[in-house]
Design a protein around this ligand. Structure first.
Ligand code: ATP
Length: 354
């Protein structure tokens, strides 16, 4: 029996995770990070649900005020990124900088508890041959969240449990019912927490970034329309361009200096390669020669075959077997060998060829 501090958002997954661990005989406590002001998951509603759950289970519940860290690491990161013309991925950053590291630190130093757990759908296994903790895709592939966890370090992976890694989401709800948890029928969160809290990413960003009208142009620089601010657009976006054209048009570039949104046809979206930095090698040590792997460039996209060449400690070049659409600077590229997450990093802005 281990003592485990379980991260509780107030949702069904973390509720079931803590109940499962207690059922298996672990000595559990709940920890909720207070991330944002207002109502909703991660905010007051989530904290109340988590507190009620701990009361039902008869276990202690701790709330850690993490609002300042969330503001600094996530809100500022997003606003700065969108202002600079990229589409930052907040969730992996949130997991690394706001959730896992600080929660483990809190558990170990404040509670004297050596392990934390969350309701993420992912698996960890220890590879004795390489003395590394490996991160593996969840059994429920549709719920798999490893893409957002690529940046966790070995220390954290060695002290985290993912009780739902081998569970199908349908079974999670069933277990929650069987455990009699009041969160059993709570609806799924459908989007980023900040999007849920603000209605849309645009509404969130408009609170921080002053809209600045500019031109929508094609690759030749021909003006096709007007936009209300480059931060409203992302590479690959098709909807909401308001431009009439003979073929569907997509955002293929954001030129912040010229305050222009560049659009093109689907062919123009295809890129054969990209550069990725801020690398974290997870399940293997940094290779010295190119490796073949399957690379995922968005949470919901399929991993596709590619060759990854380490350039220096913190940078790789990825050449896809087939050119890919919507390679988006700021999003994570995460590479796998089957179920095993090998590593990942952040897609760099493409440097135009001169
Ligand atoms: N504010 C928080 N405080 C502590 N742990 C959290 C918090 N938010 C999320 N977590 C942990 O991270 C896991 C994944 O969070 P995510 O936001 O992806 O929600 P989810 O998959 O909908 O899970 P849940 O149903 O538990 O909300 C949660 O199951 C929980 O263990």
């Amino acid at each position: 029996m281990n003592k485990v501090a379980v991260g509780l958002s107030g949702g069904v997954d973390s509720s079931t995770a803590i109940a499962m661990l207690r059922d298996q005989g672990h000595d559990v406590v709940g920890v909720t990070l207070w991330l944002m002001k207002g109502k909703g998951q991660c905010c007051s509603e989530g904290m109340v649900d988590a507190a009620q759950l701990c009361e039902e289970l008869g276990v202690d519940h701790h709330i850690v005020d993490s609002r300042e860290s969330f503001e600094r690491n996530i809100v500022n990161y997003l606003v700065d990124g969108y202002e600079a013309g990229i589409t930052p991925l907040p969730c992996s950053n949130c997991n690394t900088a706001v959730k896992f590291g600080p929660m483990l630190e809190f558990a170990q130093t404040e509670l004297g508890i050596d392990y934390i757990a969350t309701g993420h759908y992912a698996r960890i296994q220890y590879d004795a041959a390489n003395d590394r903790y490996q991160l593996l895709r969840a059994f429920d592939r549709r719920k798999d969240q490893t893409y957002f966890l690529y940046d966790l370090n070995q220390h954290v992976l060695g002290h985290v449990l993912f009780p739902l890694g081998e569970t199908q989401k349908t079974e999670t709800r069933q277990m929650a019912e069987e455990f009699g948890l009041h969160t059993a029928q709570k609806p799924e969160s459908m989007d980023l927490c900040l999007v849920e809290a603000n209605g849309s990413m645009q509404a969130f960003l408009d609170k921080y970034i002053t809209p600045k009208q500019g031109e929508i142009v094609d690759q030749a620089g021909k003006v096709l329309g007007q936009h209300e601010g480059t931060h409203h657009y992302t590479i690959g976006q098709r909807k909401g361009l308001g431009v009439a054209y003979s073929e569907p048009l997509y955002v293929i570039g954001l030129d912040v200096a010229m305050n222009r949104v560049i659009v093109g046809t689907r062919d123009a979206l295809l890129q054969p390669e990209c550069y990725v930095s801020r690398i974290n090698w997870v399940s293997i040590a940094k290779p010295t020669t190119p490796i073949k792997a399957e690379v995922q460039i968005r949470y919901r996209s399929t991993a596709v075959p590619a060759t990854i060449t380490p350039i220096d400690d913190d940078r790789v070049r990825i050449i896809f077997d087939e050119a890919q659409p919507s390679i988006t600077p700021g999003q994570a590229a995460v590479w796998y060998n089957g179920d095993i997450l090998l590593g990942g990093g952040i897609i760099e802005r493409q440097v135009p060829e001169s």
